[in-house]
Design a protein around this ligand. Structure first.
Ligand SMILES: NC(=O)c1ccc[n+]([C@@H]2O[C@H](COP(=O)([O-])OP(=O)(O)OC[C@H]3O[C@@H](n4cnc5c(N)ncnc54)[C@H](OP(=O)(O)O)[C@@H]3O)[C@@H](O)[C@H]2O)c1
Length: 308
């Protein structure tokens, strides 16, 4: 059956998944948001395959628990750097500490993310979801990039979402001053911005040996949205969660994208788990993408200019 472009996610969502059993010994993998859901399963999968796990997480207690689990699984020490992604200064410090500690970085998985039903601003004045889901991942990528270029071939994977289809991105209103905040659109704005910057980075990284792709990790059980109060939690627990799959499938998919030789040199794509998919048309607006790339550099005080 031929689906129209807008419904390509239905086609991609039905395809069988691909798996990798490629070992990851000696590979340094940085993954954000590894304390829960998608990121947790991915970190465990990578650790089981011998990778060195480096994370940026916001909770010291959760970091200690994660380190203990990874030590038990792999006998290796995971390295957890602490940062709350609503504070870009903390994110910058953590990312700079990572590049100071590691000569090589083989894989970066920007996974940390959230969904909010209400508009909140960070102390710097960014809308929280836009800051955590997009600006923080942009900043980490910018800071880790020189090391990843030196470590090439290396891979960047942005954990995006089919939720980018909700859009909501307006260049003249990133903080939702001019509109009533809608959670799904706020989430869609952040994921659209991230996706647009993937295409820009893909072009900039030509010839460097660093690939960048985005992926939707499936509709899976996780803690996402549980920050939105009792009513949302009850709705999520009893209505949404029973329909969702285990985040183990997300961990396997990210493992495939991070490790499979089939992914050598593949870049600038959007995957539904492990299958390539056409993203929403608005996210392929390259003119707007160039503007959001510039704005993201300004807001994170970065200048991405890969030296080949
Ligand atoms: N679950 C799905 O069905 C689904 C579908 C599409 C896309 N996604 C994407 O998958 C990614 C992972 O989400 P998930 O479903 O696994 O949700 P999750 O279980 O809530 O995990 C989110 C992770 O991000 C971290 N995080 C959230 N806010 C943060 C902040 N301010 N500073 C630092 N870390 C923060 C969380 O840390 P704590 O443990 O400290 O809270 C946690 O480790 C997100 O990018 C999400 O948009 C998920």
């Amino acid at each position: 059956m031929k689906y129209p472009e807008e419904l390509d996610f239905l086609r991609a969502g039905r395809l069988p998944q691909k798996y990798s059993s490629e070992p990851m010994n000696g590979k340094v993998c940085v993954i954000t948001g590894a304390t829960s859901g998608v990121g947790y399963e991915t970190a465990i999968r990578l650790a089981k395959a011998g990778a060195t796990i480096v994370t940026i997480v916001r909770s010291k207690d959760k970091a200690a628990k994660l380190k203990e689990e990874i030590r038990a699984i792999s006998g290796k020490e995971a390295h957890c750097f602490i940062a709350d992604f609503t504070d870009l200064e903390q994110v910058r410090n953590a990312a700079e500490a990572i590049v100071a500690a590691y000569q090589n970085i083989d894989v970066l998985i920007n996974n940390a993310g959230l969904h909010m039903t209400t508009r909140q601003l960070t102390t710097e004045g960014h809308e929280v979801v836009f800051c955590v889901n997009h600006l923080a991942s942009f900043l980490i990528t910018a800071i880790l990039l020189p090391t990843m270029i030196r470590s090439a071939p290396s891979r960047i994977i942005q954990v995006n979402s089919e939720g980018h289809r909700f859009n909501g991105l307006r260049l003249n209103d990133l903080t939702w001053d001019k509109r009533r905040y809608k959670g799904l659109q706020g989430y869609g704005a952040s994921k659209t911005a991230q996706l647009m910057t993937v295409w820009e980075l893909h072009d900039l990284l030509q010839g460097t040996g660093v690939t960048i792709n985005a992926m939707h990790p499936g509709a899976v059980k996780s803690a996402i949205g549980t920050n939105n109060g009792l009513l949302y939690n009850l709705y999520s627990r009893y209505i949404i969660q029973p329909m969702l799959k285990s985040p183990v499938i997300s961990g396997e998919a990210l493992y495939y994208l991070a490790s499979s030789p089939n992914m050598n040199g593949i870049s600038g794509k959007f995957f539904n788990l492990t299958n390539e998919e056409i993203s929403a048309k608005h996210a392929r607006d390259r003119e707007m993408g160039k503007k959001i790339f510039e704005i993201s550099q300004e807001l994170t005080h970065t200048k991405i200019d890969p030296i080949r």
